[in-house]
Design a protein around this ligand. Structure first.
Ligand code: BV8
Length: 231
């Protein structure tokens, strides 16, 4: 990685985990059991049918536990964090734990984490050792009250936005990896970085919805392009 940059923000999406075998959102136009993901990943869907939504996340939690491993793109970003002398903020839209398992120690999961449950009342999070529907470990709830997935649904406030915008305002390089640029506010980060005068690079299998806003592009698979960029 060219050391001319001192303050880097990296944003990743489902595309960086595709080569690990995790489905992206819009591969099969974002359908899951005939439900549009946007219709399942919402608070309304959860309060209307918590079992359906918990089933959606339990399946993804189980998939993550079935031999899904970090790929060279995750490992390269882990190495970048280790060796880069400047400031690096890794923001992911993904709720999997592949960045951590690939060696990244500081990961900002702006859309939450599949491996955690959250008490709907206290907002306290708990590591999920088994899929959803497990007894709630939180002391503030009645026995049997279920944890909700610690996931940011459509219409809910993403996590860590203040920290992300602070980093974007001072970064000199913004790299987006494996995201379709369809979901906000993440898709708007490139605009913030450009306002800060940063260079902007999109690494994606195909041009994203915000492709034209990037100064540099590398089209292809993250598993090949990210290690080549980082070394
Ligand atoms: C918010 C967690 C307010 C769940 C996700 C009406 C009402 C309310 C809000 C809205 C509204 N209309 C619009 C909005 C905003 C809304 C939004 O943007 N909707 C979209 C559908 C238009 N956003 C929100 O609601 C957000 N909250 O707005 O709150 C607010 C905002 C700011 C300030 C204050 C208040 C919350 C959005 C979070 C939703 N939760 N995930 C879960 O995971 O189940 S979103 C989910 O989809 C992901 O987390 C990700 O963020 C998003 C996009 O997915 P991608 O990661 O990009 O994946 P995708 O499949 O789309 O693309 C993969 C890409 O990889 C492809 O381009 C492909 O070509 C590429 N690829 C594939 N293989 C590879 C590859 N690239 C490289 N290598 C490969 N091998």
């Amino acid at each position: 990685m060219n050391s001319m940059y001192q303050r880097i923000v990296v944003l990743t999406g489902a595309g960086i985990s595709a080569e690990s075998g995790l489905k992206t959102f819009r591969a099969e136009d974002g359908l899951w059991e005939e439900h549009r993901v946007e219709d399942v990943a919402t608070p309304e869907a959860y309060w209307r049918d918590p079992d359906l939504v918990n089933r959606f996340y339990s399946l993804r939690w189980a998939q993550l536990r079935q031999g899904v491993e970090p790929n060279p793109a995750h490992v390269a970003l882990g190495a970048l964090e280790q060796h880069f002398g400047g400031e690096l903020l890794l923001v992911t839209q993904n709720i999997d734990d592949l960045h951590e398992r690939g060696g990244s120690r500081r990961v900002l999961h702006m859309h939450g984490e599949l491996v955690k449950g959250r008490c709907p009342k206290s907002q306290q999070t708990f590591p999920l050792r088994q899929a959803f529907g497990a007894e709630n470990l939180c002391t503030c709830c009645e026995p049997g009250q279920m944890l909700r997935p610690h996931v940011v649904w459509f219409g809910e406030m993403p996590i860590g936005l203040d920290r992300i915008y602070q980093a974007l305002e001072r970064c000199d390089l913004f790299i987006s990896i494996g995201t379709s640029g369809k979901v906000y506010p993440a898709a708007g980060f490139v605009e913030q970085a450009k306002l800060a005068g940063a260079d902007t690079l999109e690494i994606n299998l195909e041009p994203s919805e915000v492709h034209s806003q990037f100064r540099f592009h590398r089209q292809g698979r993250a598993g090949e392009l990210v290690p080549a960029l980082v070394e």
